[in-house]
Design a binder for this molecule. Sequence first.
Ligand code: 5GP
Length: 220
Amino acid sequence: RGVMVLAARKSVAKKKAPKESPNFARLKPGGFLLVVSGPSGVGKGTLVASLMEQRKDCVFSVSATTRAPRGKEKNGREYWFLGEKDFRAKTKQGWFLEYAKVFGNLYGTPNHEVEGKIKKGKVVVLDIDVQGGASVRRKRPDAVSVFIAPPSFAELKRRLVGRKTDSAEAIARRLATSAIELPQYVHYDYLIVNDDLEAAKAQLIAIHDIERRRIERLSK
Ligand code: 5GP
């Protein structure tokens, strides 16, 4: 990745400046992929929902999953709910930008949720696990990635127990996965420590806003 970033910078340096003064009002911010990852129970969903509400140029990428719908989840809104056979067939057809097994179920980002929307100048927001984050960074080095971390492992445990949605066994499994996921933060572009929800929301919005200003993504 370091080499790629360097290559990108060099190409920017080589770019010729236009002879005439540009019409700045006409330069539009370009779209990009915004990957948000972090362990289960860290408050990722709340932060992403707040970004979507505050920034209308964002579109949420609806993933496909083989897990059963929970509560009021609606097909096509939170997830595309697929049977395992259908999901496997779609992986073979190259339907996914990335997919991974998370807590025993398959999850994947359909290409159609991403391509096209970025070209239209949208910020496509992916709420995906750490394995998915790694795949996206490999395939799309231009993606912007944000890792949401708890202030500590003990605090994460406290939150998972407190939300009372999982059995003791499920909590133990989520914590074991988190212990593997947390050190992966070093591969992301940005880190948000979610100890104060309002501050964390503001930080995610700030990352969006600053990335929108990148000159290399501006289009006429
Ligand atoms: P949940 O079942 O609680 O909605 O999600 C479980 C985990 O799967 C979360 O960490 C979420 O970020 C992740 N996830 C959701 N969609 C995708 C996806 O398309 N790809 C990958 N790799 N992970 C996903």
